[in-house]
Design a protein around this ligand. Structure first.
Ligand code: NAD
Length: 483
């Protein structure tokens, strides 16, 4: 579009005042795929005003009717799934087949929360005194500011806006500046589905600090739903303290993936490869970050893992058979590489990959050869920090007690995985891992029906499940005096 992709405020498609834009580039080849309106103070103000003005009518619509609109959004997203997936691959880089799966999963949040909207009920509490009645119920919290990252351009958006809209809240979404196109396409669908103007606004901008200073601390914003890094989350928490704005955070992770001697070999192997490399090439908060292998199985498991990694196809996302696309930008690639180099400097052995991929179809993108490191120790930066890329550190352990202690020795607590055929161990380990999501002989991640979120510095609150909609409500107690 000549004058740039417009943002969506109060049911209108608008440019930024003065016409400012920023570029969205394809990480596979560096081409500019769109120029997008670069919002600032005036647009933030308009978006918040629109969300505030639309809140009253939307929150009073009966939940079943709100649900009908959400179901329509779900159906339209499904109809346009491949179109949305193309945008995801274009701006995020992930393989097209993976993008299709993401979009298919993301739209399921509208279905789940359309139904949940009808179940936000309250209770009558027996009164300790005669002549009184106590009645407790939930109300939508008010206009919400949602901030999302680039790694799942569709899911991170729907996991927030579906419960917020279902609860009766209005939303101002600020998508990641690397991936605003999917969010804008979802907004177009909400418009077609009949969502009233102002209920959902998409503010595109690359001025993150301004968003922190003017959107998230706006007095009309009653709730912040943020997904991103722990570091940025902490800054938002400090700013929100000024007016005690409600927060829910989905932050970073450092997932342990534990293979016990008695694990079912093939599922454990496939699970480790998938959870390390096949979710946005390792750029996912729930990706395996540390792979712990028990000594008795290491001699068999580690070579098989290395062979499986060598067979992975790294390619631009639209190339048939691509399994790992480019990293999102040079900064991310350089960070992964520096963690690999640091580990080698401190005694780890790089057994495959671990270099930039250049030439041919890799020439202009941020491609990285999937790396496996052995002889890694817990004190290395690669085991302590969130890698967020295609590098797998392998650590060996001896006992169950030891690996639980080592797995829990981190400030993060988002996801953990372990494989064992011993049922009593399965229960013990699942109970002792200090993580919000535990995969026991499973590496498929989460689903709409269960709450998702982190312990410790990985987050606050939960998305999905019954909890997901509760996050967008306030509890009110009414004391009725009948005397
Ligand atoms: P990020 O924290 O840099 O950015 C996230 C979002 O916040 C973006 O929209 C960005 O523009 C915005 N932002 C940045 N600085 C801001 C500020 N000062 N004020 C307001 N907004 C600001 O994270 P990222 O690089 O986009 O994403 C990667 C991180 O997200 C990783 O740490 C990953 O683990 C985490 N993540 C967590 C989950 C989860 O569900 N827990 C899911 C996906 C990603």
């Amino acid at each position: 579009m000549a004058d740039g992709e417009r943002m969506y405020i109060n049911g209108e498609w608008v440019l930024a005042d003065g016409g400012a834009t920023f570029d969205v580039t394809n990480p596979a080849d560096g081409t500019v795929v769109a120029k997008v309106a670069n919002g600032a103070g005036p647009e933030i103000q308009r978006a918040v005003t629109a969300a505030h003005a639309s809140f009253s009518a939307w929150s009073q619509m009966v939940p079943k009717d709100r649900g009908r609109i959400l179901l329509k959004i779900q159906a339209l997203m499904e109809e346009r799934r491949d179109e949305l997936a193309r945008l995801v691959t274009l701006e995020n880089g992930k393989p097209f087949e993976e993008a299709r799966k993401e979009v298919q999963f993301s739209l399921g949040y509208f279905g789940w929360f359309a139904e949940e909207a009808r179940r936000v009920s309250g209770e009558w509490i027996p009164s300790p005194q005669p002549g009184k009645r106590y009645w407790v119920f939930r109300q939508p919290i008010g206009p919400v500011a949602a901030v999302t990252p680039w790694n799942f351009p569709a899911t991170m958006v729907t996991r927030k806006i579906a419960p917020a809209l279902a609860a009766g809240c209005s939303v101002v979404l600020k998508p990641a500046s690397a991936t605003p196109l999917t969010a804008l396409a979802i907004a177009r669908i909400t418009e077609v589905a009949g969502l009233p103007p102002g209920v959902f606004n998409v503010l595109t901008t690359n001025r993150s600090r301004l968003v922190g200073a003017q959107l998230l601390t706006h007095p009309l914003i009653r709730k912040i739903g943020f997904t991103g890094s722990t570091e940025v989350g902490k800054g938002i928490m400090q700013a929100a303290a000024k007016q005690v704005t409600r927060l829910s955070f989905e932050l970073g992770g450092n997932a342990p993936f534990i293979v016990f001697d008695d694990a079912d070999f093939q599922p454990a192997l496939e699970g480790a490869v998938a959870m390390k490399f096949l979710r946005v090439g390792g750029q996912s908060c729930i990706c395996a970050n540390r792979i712990y292998v028990q000594r008795g199985i290491a001699g068999r498991f580690v070579p098989a893992f290395i062979e499986a990694v060598k067979r992975l196809k790294v390619a631009p996302g639209f190339e048939p058979g691509a399994q790992i696309g480019p990293l999102i930008n040079e900064e991310t690639r350089a960070k992964v590489h520096s963690l690999v180099e640091d580990a080698v400097k401190h005694g780890a052995k790089l057994v495959t990959g671990g270099q930039y991929l250049n030439g041919d179809s890799y020439a202009k993108g941020f491609f990285y050869a999937p790396a496996v490191l052995v002889d890694v120790t817990d004190d290395m930066a690669i085991a302590q920090e969130e890698i967020f890329g295609p590098a797998a550190p392998i650590l060996v352990f001896d006992t169950e007690e030891e690996v639980i202690r080592r797995a829990n020795a981190t400030t993060y607590g988002l996801a953990a995985y372990f494989y064992t055929r011993d049922l009593t161990r399965l229960v013990r380990v699942a109970e002792q891992l200090e993580y919000g999501l535990v995969g026991a002989n499973d590496a498929t991640g989460y689903t709409h029906e269960i709450p998702f979120g982190g312990f410790k510095e990985s987050g606050l609150g939960r998305e999905g499940g019954h909890e997901g909609i509760a996050e967008y409500t306030e509890v009110k107690s009414v004391v009725v005096n009948l005397s």
